[in-house]
Design a protein around this ligand. Structure first.
Ligand SMILES: Cc1cc2nc3c(=O)[nH]c(=O)nc-3n(C[C@H](O)[C@H](O)[C@H](O)COP(=O)(O)OP(=O)(O)OC[C@H]3O[C@@H](n4cnc5c(N)ncnc54)[C@H](O)[C@@H]3O)c2cc1C
Length: 473
């Protein structure tokens, strides 16, 4: 085969739509196979339960989306998304203390996942070059160990089975992907897998925010301190479209996930600072509490197989999932879609799928190591990873990471580099350069903050003047 002409994408969510868009730039025909009905508006659906929890699209991912779909961020903002500039628009209690609100460096987009998914999907499908086969389930890959030639599908309503042939199949079926079984069925050896499972669980709820607070009040984040030896407890209040807040409370394994109404506010009060609880008490709940226990880090290494079939690529959560607390899943998938785009722009003959897969593997490495190396510091974390960075020398790395975290909240120059990395704008290796080491050692630190850095105007917006101005130690 020379250049692929036909493509099939398994899964029509975030990764699947970006992958389909990329395929449509290079291939003659593209079909998305999706088990659910894709809604005609910003609505929830069964296949994406994580959409009921707070999401941020970091600037590193947003810029890629804007390159693939020019003007997308503007459209999201026009639809009600909020641009959160870091650290101006975020009030956060990190593991090491309150973060100073340094001048903006990077940003993140915040809105509900249904709005984000629908806005992106509508734009991608408006091109008219992509066929969606919804209410259709992918059952298995067809072909052999050397080449995938298509996928066998089943209509959810009719039960009818069908073979869809394609030159290139992209698995974007999320964390439920059956790729490992499908590859075994094709006669390939087992794909290596690393798992770091801190048992993160989430309980989220939508609220009507006090008047004006979604536009002019910062996002709020209260993190756990991994050094206490206790299960971690977290809380976040993110502004969303339509004057709403999404509140996400979460805990690591052994923590009491507040899934019942009567436990929600008490859990928020039990965080290291009561700010989230104080905000909840001033907002009107709009939905029931949605719970999820999807906070695991899991990574497949298809690039390590000696043989990888032509005509197959895997990306998004089907390839790697990260503890959502770091907010890297969608940006990582956007990086993978960009890698796919770059490789399809070159001659895509035998071996090209393998090269593409390797490039995608490189692009998920930063979010993987960022999340997994932080999570192993928590009590009750189950580390079943062979990645040497997560075993030997992990304690020394944790000490360095703690030192950086401590500096980053009070030193603007250190914070800039950390924010570039966290937003997936700069590589993780920036944190290991001699220049950065020197910065950590000598950059002057601002005084330690003794409470949330909120202005009198912000406190007035949420009727919290009694908290008063925050001093510095
Ligand atoms: C609680 C939580 C909070 C998160 N917060 C953030 C955040 O703040 N920022 C961020 O960037 N990321 C976040 N994430 C991660 C983010 O949600 C995922 O990385 C992202 O949705 C991955 O998209 P995907 O398309 O790969 O997979 P999914 O969104 O899971 O989509 C998979 C799709 O495949 C379909 N499908 C599955 N199997 C089949 C089949 N056999 N046949 C046909 N279709 C199939 C499903 O119906 C679904 O539509 C969070 C995740 C969770 C769980």
């Amino acid at each position: 085969m020379t250049a692929p002409r036909t493509g099939i994408v398994l899964g029509g969510s975030w990764s699947g739509m970006l992958a389909a868009h990329v395929l449509a730039r290079h291939l003659e025909s593209v079909t998305v196979v999706e088990r659910d009905t894709l809604p005609g508006g910003p609505e929830h659906r069964r296949g994406t339960p994580q959409a009921r929890h707070g999401h941020i699209l970091w600037s590193g991912g947003a810029r890629i989306v804007d390159e693939l779909l020019p003007g997308m961020s503007e459209r999201l903002l026009a639809a009600g998304a909020r641009r959160i500039n870091f650290h101006q628009d975020l009030v956060t209690l990190t593991s090491h203390g309150w973060q100073h609100r340094f001048p903006p460096r990077q940003y993140g987009l915040m809105c509900t996942r249904p709005l984000l998914d629908w806005t992106v999907r509508r734009e991608i499908l408006a091109g008219g070059r992509i066929t969606v086969r919804d209410r259709t389930e992918a059952l298995e890959l067809c072909g052999g160990s050397g080449r995938v030639t298509g996928v066998r599908v089943r209509g959810i309503d009719s039960g009818a089975r069908e073979l869809l042939e394609a030159d290139l199949v992209v698995d974007a079926a999320g964390r439920g992907s059956r790729l490992r079984h499908w590859l075994a069925d094709l006669g390939l050896p087992a794909v290596e897998e690393d798992v770091v499972d801190v048992g993160m669980a989430y309980a989220s709820r939508m609220y009507r925010a006090p008047e004006g607070a979604t536009a002019a009040f910062p996002a709020v984040n209260i993190a756990a301190d991994h050094r206490t030896g206790e299960p971690g407890r977290f809380g976040a209040v993110y502004p969303q479209e339509n004057g709403q807040w999404i509140v996400t409370l979460s805990c690591t394994r052994g923590g009491p996930l507040p899934t019942r109404e009567e436990d929600y506010l008490p859990f928020a009060r039990s965080l290291r600072d009561p700010l989230v609880a104080e905000l909840l008490a001033r907002a009107e709940p709009l939905t029931p509490i949605s719970a999820s226990r999807l906070g695991i880090n899991r990574r497949l290494y298809p690039e390590r197989l000696e043989q990888w079939p032509d005509g197959l690529v895997v990306l998004g959560d089907a390839l790697a999932v990260f503890n959502p607390i770091y907010g890297h899943g969608m940006s990582s998938a956007a990086r993978a879609a960009a890698a796919l785009d770059e490789h399809l722009a070159q001659p895509f003959g035998p071996g090209a799928a393998r090269r593409t897969q390797r490039a995608i593997g490189e692009r998920v490495d930063d979010p993987w190591i960022m999340a997994a190396s932080k999570d192993i510091a928590f009590v009750n974390c189950r580390n079943r990873a062979g990645d040497p960075r997560l075993t030997g020398g992990a304690t020394a790395r944790q000490h360095f990471s703690d030192l950086v975290a401590e500096r980053s909240i009070r030193s603007p120059a250190v914070c800039d580099v950390v924010t570039d990395v966290m937003s997936m704008t700069a590589p993780q290796s920036e944190l290991g350069t001699p220049g950065f080491m020197a910065l950590v050692g000598k950059d002057p630190m601002r005084p330690e903050l003794t409470g949330p850095p909120l202005s009198p105007q912000e406190l007035a917006l949420v009727d919290l003047e009694s908290r008063g101005a925050v001093g510095a130690r």
